[in-house]
Design a protein around this ligand. Structure first.
Ligand SMILES: *Cc1c(COP(=O)(O)O)cnc(C)c1O
Length: 236
């Protein structure tokens, strides 16, 4: 049995997303809702698959790897895992075994690890390049993960030259305060910059539970929605 409250939240968010897309004069097919299931069980993912969700997000390999495997112990429709959290280089090999996209390419050393591990995979199997989004740092704090928008072109050029990775777009986390709109605008501008280097890298991963409506107005193509669908996370 699918959890009834989960079903209600899922359908409510899907209809809010649809309304925001219509209000922005955009097409539903251009926006993917990724349900971020971190801190939730494989059972919740199975319920969401029953409800029609096909894209799932996780931010820690230690949790995502076993969860993705547990889901596959059942007969399930085709679905995709998106890695959205800070990724340590030594976890790249594992993440490549289940993720179809990495939204958090945020530094050169991670790019190096991706090149190395994808080459190893390509040597032994028919491996398709991994989709990657470059994560932007929209703060003034260099300690925060991500590429400063001013440095995007340079980093993107390196990513485009790297084998094994398929650059698909940019990713950003907007601040929680009333600066969110300005942040989404900066993400949109960064996307325009990236498209001058690679027109097909036109995806924008942005928008979370609290701000997906605004993100849609600013062109987000991949929403990463957790609690608004899953309910609160139990941290322990
Ligand atoms: C957890 C997480 C989300 C989802 O956050 P909610 O506020 O629960 O919707 C989105 N993006 C990233 C990178 C996350 O880690």
């Amino acid at each position: 049995m699918v959890d009834q409250q989960l079903a209600e939240r899922y359908h409510a968010v899907k209809s809010q997303v649809a309304q925001a897309i219509a209000a922005a004069n955009r097409k539903e097919a251009d926006v993917t809702t990724i349900v971020v299931t971190k801190f939730h069980s494989a059972k919740l993912v199975l319920d969401l698959l029953d409800l029609g969700a096909r894209d799932f997000g996780e931010n820690k390999d230690q949790e995502a790897g076993p969860k993705a495997a547990q889901v596959l112990e059942h007969v399930v429709p085709e679905h995709r895992w998106h890695f959205v959290g800070q990724l340590q280089s030594n976890k790249v090999k594992s993440v490549l075994s289940y993720a179809s996209a990495i939204h958090s390419l945020d530094r050169q050393s991670l790019l190096g690890a991706l090149v190395k591990e994808t080459a190893k995979k390509r040597a032994v199997e028919d491996f398709k390049d991994i989709d990657v989004f470059i994560e932007l740092n929209l703060t003034d704090d260099p300690e925060r993960g991500g590429i400063q928008p001013a440095a995007l072109s340079q980093f993107a050029t390196e990513v485009l030259e790297a084998p094994g990775v398929n650059l698909v777009g940019v990713m950003g986390v907007a601040s929680l305060d009333n600066e969110a709109e300005a942040d989404f605008e900066r993400i949109r501008m960064a996307s325009e910059t990236l498209k001058t280097l690679k027109p097909q890298a036109n995806l924008i991963s942005a928008g979370m539970s609290g701000d997906f409506g605004i993100a849609i107005q600013y062109g987000a193509t991949h929403l990463r929605i957790g609690t608004a669908i899953t309910g609160p996370r139990q941290y322990n």
